[in-house]
Design a protein around this ligand. Structure first.
Ligand code: IPE
Ligand code: IPE
Ligand code: MG
Length: 249
């Protein structure tokens, strides 16, 4: 296999207009496996190569932050065997990849609830990854795990109350400061794979003005070239943020 780091960024991508923060709903693992006559869990396993390749693609673009949706607060509704597989898989993924990502200068963080349902062994790997990579500055990889956008807002409001903030102190800024990672800029671009056109409770606050790109590619087939395609799409758009664009259109 060629060095995964050696693929250059295509010349038609404008390096000065790269999104600072890209968020991805990694979807379609189950369908990928089912189409091959495999158990759904094989699709999750195959998604590891996609995650690594896309992470290297984001690094080569100079993206500041990449947030990936790995497990939602609703995914506990899946069959127990699949949930168990996903917990083990994510533990193994951190065991296999933390050092490698650390060597590339990636800071690993997590968004989500650390409730009783998340196995202790997974929490231990998360803490190890956070601690090992905390001083890295090249890119932040934010893994949304046991994450729900509504839960994040609820948690922020609970902190607001715990901090004794009164009615007058309630503001967007005060809520934002209590989200899981207030230091990250809002995503400029959100990508969902597998042809689904919904957010499924992903980053509800942070995606307020994100450009949305939907890809038909199933996550286990998604590679950095597909990320580059999404960036091209993004670069062809005009963001207005509620105002009017230059030229008044
Ligand atoms: C996304 O793939 C991975 C997780 C939700 C953990 P899915 O497992 O949702 O795959 P599909 O949507 O059923 O094909
Ligand atoms: C969203 O995908 C969650 C992750 C990718 C981790 P789902 O497959 O769980 O979302 P729905 O159920 O299709 O909305
Ligand atoms: Mg799905």
């Amino acid at each position: 296999m060629p060095d995964p780091r050696s693929v250059p960024v295509p010349a038609d991508i404008d390096r000065s207009e790269v999104p600072r923060h890209v968020a991805i709903v990694m979807d379609g693992n189950g369908r990928w496996a089912t189409r091959r006559g495999l158990p759904r869990t094989e699709g999750h396993g195959a998604g590891e190569a996609s995650l690594l390749d896309v992470t290297y693609g984001a690094l080569s673009l100079g993206v500041e932050a990449l947030t990936v949706y790995a497990f939602s607060t609703e995914n506990w509704r899946r069959p127990v065997d699949e949930v168990r597989y996903l917990m083990n898989f994510n533990k193994g993924l951190l065991d296999r990849r933390t050092e490698e990502l650390h060597a590339e200068g990636v800071r690993i963080v997590f968004s989500g609830r650390r409730d009783w349902r998340v196995p202790r062994q997974v929490i231990a790997r998360m803490d190890r990854a956070i601690e090992m990579t905390q001083h890295n500055r090249r890119m932040t990889l934010n893994i949304a795990f046991n994450y729900g956008g509504r839960a994040e807002i609820v948690d922020a409001v609970a902190r607001l109350v715990a901090d004794g903030v009164g009615t007058k102190g309630v503001s967007e800024r005060a809520i934002r400061a209590r989200l899981y990672h207030p230091e990250l800029p809002d995503p400029d671009l959100v990508i969902r794979t597998s042809g689904e056109h919904r957010l499924s409770n992903f980053l509800l606050w942070e995606l307020a003005y994100a450009e949305m790109v939907f890809s038909e590619v199933l996550w286990p087939d998604f590679r950095r070239e597909d990320l580059f395609d999404a960036i091209r799409d993004y670069q062809g758009r005009h963001r207005r943020f509620g105002g009017v664009s230059e030229g008044g259109a």
